[in-house]
Design a protein around this ligand. Sequence first.
Ligand code: GN1
Ligand code: MG
Length: 354
Amino acid sequence: MEIAALFAFEGEVESVSQLGEGFINDTYIVHTAGSAPTYILQRKNHYVFPDVPRMMENIAAVTSHIKGKVAEPMRQTLTVIPARDGKLYAEVEGNFWAACLYIEGSQCYDRADSLELARQGGAGIGRFQTLLADFTTPLHETIKGFHNIRYRFEQWDAAVAADCGGRVAELAKEIGWIESRREKMLTFWSLVENGIIPTRVTHNDTKISNILFDSQTNEVLCAIDLDTVMSSTSLNDFGDAIRSYTNTGAEDDKDLDRVSMNIDMFRAYAEGYLSERKDTLTQSELEWLAFSGIYITFEQVLRFLMDYIDGDKYYKVAYPDHNLVRTRAQYRLLQSMESQYPQMQRIICDLTFY
Ligand code: GN1
Ligand code: MG
């Protein structure tokens, strides 16, 4: 409540309670007296986001751009609430806090339970990208090389060499999963580096739980968790959503037989996404769209395993080998995508006639 008092909230703060189970930040919901709005207050993870002020500049710039273009500016994007001193964050004892308006009449999902939801999600992210297509202010790179697999491999090599958690010796098989795909992933990324695949404003963390749906219509209201809004390839937003929406199991499923890619979900998400982006994506983006699911899922396997090797510094863990469980479950998903890649390609072709 002391921290909440630092923000320019309307009404008297009545209660603050924990919300959700993000892997990175700590999130709270702030209830106020009478008819004043409800707010979201977050302690931003300073280990993950070394420059919170610049991250908040990115978020404020992108959300104000979107506000100028949508019918319901207070519901169709986040509204950053500044601190009482006018800054976009409050710094308290080395921790960085930020706040935004809670969007009434919204809901979010941990998993996609229907094709319709996947279609809506795809259309929502497509629209998010379209709304930002003419956003030209350069964005700060708030996490270096976030979806840049060349940079991720640099981190990976250093992590394996350092072996901080003393776990490398027992991970020969899992490390082999990463190494056997190194060249292929770098080859894809070189297309982005060479400009063959263009760079645009992207969300970079489009898993289903980062999307708000209208609780009446189930249409996408907006993308939330804008911490990673940066310049990258649109493909990453598609790929990360495919990683999340199509998984028949949980991201950290211990029962690997539950994990696979549901191709119908893939089709539904692609239909929604392409209904918004079909005419604005380039030929090379369309050619690599299906692969982006594989790319981002591979990257996620690498990131979970790297964090396990590092001794669990990045992701919050609920039990000691949680990052290894996540690694294995995401690897099972990756294998399922790889085996269905020809079908994924065909679906994109059918939807676009490229
Ligand atoms: C993190 O912030 P959250 O929990 O939505 C992570 C994503 C991962 C995801 C895996 C800043 O997302 O990149 O894909 O966990 N965010 C950051 O569930 O690293
Ligand atoms: Mg999130």
